[in-house]
Design a protein. Structure first.
Length: 158
């Protein structure tokens, strides 16, 4: 048997470099991280479908208190975003926003929120729902790219 390759020291250095980059990069910005609380059971919506209520197939989640973090949007090359329903191809599928975040171990269903200027005077709140994460590097420990979709009305839920 051969000696296994050891990525631990390299990954530790890369993780430190990533934290330094997020702290100092001009494209990195401040955000709030709401961790999905998976320890509490999801609440299933009631069977009665009332305007403003959750649909019967939807579930509500609980979130921990927000944690300040640094975030950077990463360009992701996706040359042909398409979906197929069998007979035809549609290019209307939303492309996920890919984020690097200074917080480690962000679970799916968490939310990243920040404010941004729309023009010189108006500010809007942006909330991104984490749908998936992809590992950076050959083994865990460096960081993860978070694949997020825009989430509307997150502030109404909090």
């Amino acid at each position: 048997m051969t000696t296994p390759r050891d990525y631990r020291s390299t990954h530790s250095a890369l993780s430190t470099n990533l934290q330094t980059m997020l702290a100092n990069h001009p494209d990195a910005f401040e955000a709030l991280y709401y961790k999905a609380d998976r320890s509490t059971p999801e609440t299933v919506a009631p069977g009665v479908d009332v305007v403003g209520a959750l649909d019967t197939s939807e579930r509500s989640l609980q979130y921990d208190d927000p944690v300040p973090c640094k975030v950077m949007i990463v360009p992701e090359f996706n040359p042909f975003p398409m979906s197929s329903d069998g007979d035809r191809v549609s290019g209307v599928e939303p492309a996920p926003v890919v984020l690097l975040v200074s917080v480690e171990n962000v679970p799916e269903q968490s939310v990243i929120q920040w404010s941004e200027y729309v023009d010189d005077t108006n500010i809007r709140e942006v909330a991104m729902y984490v749908v998936d994460s992809g590992q950076v590097g050959v083994a865990p420990g460096v960081c993860a790219k978070l694949y997020c979709l825009p989430m509307q009305a997150f502030t109404d839920l909090m």
